[in-house]
Design a protein around this ligand. Structure first.
Ligand code: TPP
Ligand code: MG
Length: 622
């Protein structure tokens, strides 16, 4: 192809985005399903005009908050195993800075999202423009620079000629499984509208093959030697395993070898909950079955995990003398963690290679049998928690159990912050690799509804159950309006428990007695936040944002409401109050949250004493 085509920078970029495809294992999809946006003077005449011209080539969705639109894009990307995402266009100034939290969440979770914030004039002829940060030290500084640390690639397109390299660089990072995260192309508002003769080839169709790196033979040999020599191996499945589409290879490997499988938050769903090798969630929010195995494991095989503190119980969980790690991971920084053997490779290819090389070897039958027995014990504890019959208000585990029983095997549960992610990790019975979607890399309050929209956009054939606490709901509920506008149907279970049950319990455990975590009014007599409950009506709030709302006050009513929500054609919010003081069964694992070293309060001093005892179990894994 030769020749040029005269386009504005914004038109060229939009056309370019519409023509990018990803391919993996012979399957092709558009890299960008569309562009989410909120217009202002920083993008309406540039990207806005280009999107208007592009029409269905790059469909435009109007969001309510810039942070939320990044969550929607990330939810979509996770649901499509990172093969597809959305672009997000914003104005300059606050529209751009509102992206920061969403970008951080995407980058921490290794999910591709493309951010297109407007930026101040490159020509500077009219500066300072509305919403420009004036930095007296340098005209180079813009508020968009705060996106640099939360982006895996950042370029400001100050001249039309710069767009080609910037756009290709952006897509390279978005489509690289080891590098991916938020990617930012900052677009000065004058440059967006400038015309240039772009090479026609730039805006032609382009396919990006998602790489599946193979393991180095010598490292693979060493991994096999370590596994064959182990007595008590434990495999920890992380999100990378699911994104690589490696769940079938995992099943083959563990069915042949009997190695038990524990799951991180992002890796939950790698095996069905009732698979004989499944011991469930691991770590601070794990099952007793997985955590007991972890304590005595002599070899830990991490697949696609970044070894967060929740997974390792703040490095206290893997307690056997001389415990070794083998890390199968496409990203070298993760493969090298805990001084592990770095098996740098794609999870699907790597697991298949391990399976071949381990032919004929398996763990002792007594080891596999003990793992199965303790997984069965945990499932009995789940049954008890699901059907506790707590009065007068139901418990949160009962709510989770009811949603699990109403949800079909392919339906998706979405959550992010508060006490529900931990309870879901322990209790949710996952029956499909894409059925569990808890954002726990950034645990970002406000992800739930916005992320749930992205999940539904990616999987319209599945019901999406968004579980959201009252605290998270109050941070970012307004995407319910986007759901109504776009006829996107999700089911939101809004769990009201008078504020921050999770941080309240944490506060209690560090000796601070739930200080400042409950929605209790300022008491004129004490001057403290210990008055009556604040009177708010979250059900009415949800209805006012365009959702159908069903308020329930018992588990039977909840079940009926969820069934009605499944039958409904529009977004339905089911509002339920729960008792914030009923916890899920204990994980018997620790989480490192430092406690005040000196305090006038006896409860804090006692908590500090316990903290110092727990710290002794913390390891360096060298
Ligand atoms: C944006 C953001 N701010 C603060 C926090 C810290 N935080 C974690 S959970 C939580 C409370 C969540 O409350 P709610 O959604 O009601 O859930 P609950 O704890 O009651 O289960 C807070 C403040 C966070 N994770 N994200
Ligand atoms: Mg709450």
């Amino acid at each position: 192809m030769s020749g040029t085509v005269r386009l504005t920078v914004a038109q060229a970029l939009v056309r370019f985005l519409a023509n990018q495809w990803t391919e993996r294992d012979g399957e092709r999809q558009r890299l960008f399903a569309g562009c989410l946006g909120i217009f202002g003077h920083g993008n309406v005449a540039g990207i806005g005009e280009a999107l208007l011209e592009a029409g269905d080539e790059l469909p435009y969705l109007l969001a309510r908050n810039e942070q939320a639109m990044v969550h929607t894009a990330a939810g979509y990307a996770r649901m499509t195993d990172r093969l597809s995402t959305y672009a997000c266009t914003t104005s300059i100034g606050p529209g751009a800075t509102n992206l920061v939290t969403g970008a951080a969440a995407a980058t921490v979770n290794r999910l591709p999202v493309l951010l297109l914030p407007g930026d101040v004039f490159a020509t500077r002829v009219a500066n300072p423009v509305l919403q420009e940060l004036e930095d007296a030290r340098s005209y180079e500084v813009s508020v968009n620079d705060c996106l640099i640390p939360v982006s895996k690639f950042f370029a400001r397109v100050n001249r039309p000629e710069q767009l080609v390299a910037a756009a290709l660089g952006a897509i390279r990072v978005l489509t690289d499984p080891a590098e991916t995260g938020a990617v930012t192309l900052a677009l000065p508002q004058d440059v967006q509208a400038e015309a240039w003769d772009f090479p026609a080839e730039f805006v032609a169709e382009r396919v990006w093959r998602i790489r599946r790196p193979v393991p180095e033979p010598a490292v693979l040999d060493e991994a096999v030697r370590l596994i064959r020599g182990s007595q008590r191996p434990l495999l920890v499945a992380g999100g990378g395993l699911i994104y690589a589409g490696a769940t079938a290879e995992l099943r083959l490997l563990v069915e042949a070898t009997g190695i038990p499988v524990a799951e991180t938050q992002a890796g939950k769903g790698s095996l069905r909950y009732d698979h004989p090798a499944a011991v469930g969630a691991i770590g601070a929010t794990g099952t007793v079955a997985a955590n007991t195995l972890a304590r005595t494991a002599d070899l830990v095989i991490g697949v696609g995990t970044r070894w967060s503190d929740f997974t390792t119980a703040s490095r206290s969980l893997f307690a056997a003398d001389g415990v070794r790690f083998v890390n199968l991971n496409v990203a070298p920084p993760d493969a090298y963690k805990h001084a592990g053997l770095p098996l740098v490779a794609d999870a699907k290819v790597g697991l298949a290679a391990l399976c071949d090389a381990l032919a004929g070897w398996s763990v002792a039958p007594s080891y596999a049998e003990a793992a199965r027995a303790s997984a069965a014990d945990w499932q009995r504890a789940v049954d008890t928690a699901y059907h506790a019959g707590h009065r007068p208000l139901p418990s949160q585990p009962e709510v989770i159990g009811t949603v699990n029983e109403v949800a079909g095997p392919r339906d998706v549960v979405v959550c992010a912050a508060g006490s529900m992610p931990g309870d879901l990790h322990k209790l949710w019975r996952t029956r499909d690799p894409k059925g569990y979607h808890v954002e726990y890399g950034f645990s970002c309050m406000g992800y739930e509804i916005a992320g749930g929209l992205g999940v539904k956009l990616a999987a319209p054939d599945r019901e999406v159950f968004v579980l959201v606490g009252d605290g998270s709901y109050l941070m970012l509920a307004q995407e319910l309006v986007t759901a109504a506008q776009e006829h996107i149907k999700i089911i939101v279970v809004l769990v009201e428990n008078q504020g921050f049950a999770s941080i309240g319990a944490l506060s209690e455990s560090v000796g601070s007695g739930r200080f400042g975590t409950r929605y209790l009014a300022r008491n004129p007599e004490t001057g403290a936040l210990d008055g009556p409950p604040v009177e708010v009506d979250l059900a009415a709030n949800a209805a006012s944002l365009g959702a159908q709302v069903i308020a329930v006050s018992s588990i039977d009513e909840l079940r009926a409401a969820l069934q009605a929500a499944v039958m409904a054609t529009r977004t339905t919010v089911v509002h339920v109050r729960t008792d914030p003081l009923v916890a899920a069964p204990s994980s018997q694992a620790w989480w490192d949250v430092p406690v005040a070293a000196v305090s006038s309060r006896a409860a804090t001093r006692a908590a500090r004493h316990a903290y110092e005892q727990n710290k002794k179990a913390q390891r360096t894994y060298l």
